[in-house]
Design a protein around this ligand. Structure first.
Ligand code: ADP
Length: 391
């Protein structure tokens, strides 16, 4: 079975063709970045075949046509009829969508309505949906929601200590994000520990970052909240702060909520701490030369992540494994080392050599808690869910 995966952002479109059999194999993948701009970057690959170029691509529909024409040119498949299903990443499913859902007109209307809660993401995801549905007309289109995995979080964790009418009338609660990847790496972690139960903390540390506490396959808490702004500091997002700070600073700077939203989402996090970059690669390059702010940024990040792990070890009342994933989690061995150095009280012991080379299993044999590094792969998890949906 061939499953075409679409992940549309406001000016980008990522695509994958996954062959689902006993295993899930990505046979074609790529990205179009800069849709609507004067020059747009296109990259695609299928095994050893690779292509990269720049040109103007005005719409998501054009981007998709480009992706499909290269798919044919590479000879991966020779007709759209070889695609058996299409999976769409949708960031926000509200409380309504807890699993893979076929995209029908009423479902699309609901996603449009939920867009109020995810104004940056759902409308962009919908662009991808509209475009793909126009082009691939014979196969079912299925939505996979980033929030779905977190819908098992209990009320004591998802409710804020705020007026109840805010929840009832305005849907203010914790939703959590990155759910598809948290679920994927949890599944891989259970495979690695050789049983289908146990207490896990999955640390998705990328441009956006979130941690999840998972007990016997069920998510019981996660660090992003009503929006992806909550939790630990990220590339340019602040993460959790005293909620009085934005109110105070709006007065001081005489700015409105829109401007404040920009400060918290685009000018904070690693960028603000370091005062020069939101990218951990840049921070590490300077830290090695003894740059003070760079060293402090790494110290602060490790501290915040370790604190969250401590909190979730409490939520879970125990801990069997920690899994690191996404750009930072998979590569920044020095951060994993520093994070784990706070966790010796839980019995966490790293094998420093394995950690240094980003091996899959990085704990030492006498560690009470297993520690893994697993490559993020939302597409594979989406394909997995689509296969079980179609069954
Ligand atoms: P996204 O959240 O956009 O999917 P990724 O998971 O790809 O992002 O993470 C991107 C971030 O990961 C980059 O901004 C950078 O900080 C970090 N990163 C990527 N590669 C490395 C690396 N080799 N070493 C350290 N950090 C890295």
């Amino acid at each position: 079975m061939n499953i075409f995966i679409v992940n549309a952002g406001s000016s980008s479109l990522k695509f994958q063709l996954i062959k689902a059999g006993n295993e899930f194999e990505t046979i074609y993948e790529g990205i179009v970045d800069g849709i609507g701009r004067a020059s747009c970057f296109f990259r695609a690959s299928a095994g050893k075949k690779k292509i990269e170029y720049k040109k103007r691509i005005p719409t998501h529909e054009r981007a998709l046509k480009e992706a499909i024409s290269i798919l044919f040119e590479f000879g991966v498949i020779n007709s759209l009829n070889k695609i058996d299903a299409v999976g769409h990443r949708v960031v926000h499913g509200g409380e309504k969508y807890v699993k893979a859902t076929k995209l029908t007109v009423p479902v699309i209307r609901n996603i449009e309505a939920i867009a109020e809660l995810a104004p940056l993401h759902n409308p962009a995801n919908l662009q991808g949906i509209y475009a793909t549905m126009k082009i691939i007309t014979h196969a079912p289109h299925i939505a996979i929601f980033d929030t779905a995995f977190h819908q098992t979080i209990p009320q004591k964790a998802y409710m804020y200590a705020l007026p109840n009418s805010w929840y009832k009338d305005y849907h203010v609660r914790k939703y959590g994000f990155h759910g598809t990847n948290h679920k994927y790496v949890a599944h891989q972690t259970y495979n690695l520990i050789g049983k289908n139960k146990g207490k896990l903390i999955t640390c998705h540390l990328g441009n956006g970052s979130s941690l999840s506490a998972i007990d016997n396959n069920k998510c019981i808490d996660t660090s992003m909240g009503f929006t992806p702004l909550d939790g630990i500091p990220m590339g340019t997002r602040s993460g959790s702060i005293d909620p009085a700070i934005p109110l105070y600073m709006m007065e001081k700077l005489k700015v409105d909520s829109n401007k404040m939203n920009g400060f918290l989402n685009k000018k904070s996090g690693i960028l603000a701490i370091s005062n020069f970059s939101s990218d951990v690669r840049d921070i590490w390059a300077k830290a090695q030369k003894g740059h003070k702010n760079a060293l402090y940024t790494l110290e602060k990040l490790a501290y915040e992540v370790a604190m969250k792990i401590g909190a979730y070890a409490t939520s879970l009342n125990g801990l069997d494994a920690i899994t690191f994933t996404a750009g930072i989690g998979e590569n920044a061995w020095y951060l994993r080392r520093d994070i784990c150095s706070y966790l010796s009280y839980l019995g966490v012991k790293l094998n420093s050599k394995k950690n240094r080379i980003n091996a899959t299993q990085i704990h030492s044999p006498d560690s009470k808690v297993k520690v893994f590094v697993i490559k993020a792969n939302e597409g594979k998890q989406m394909a997995r869910e689509i296969v079980s949906f179609l069954k």
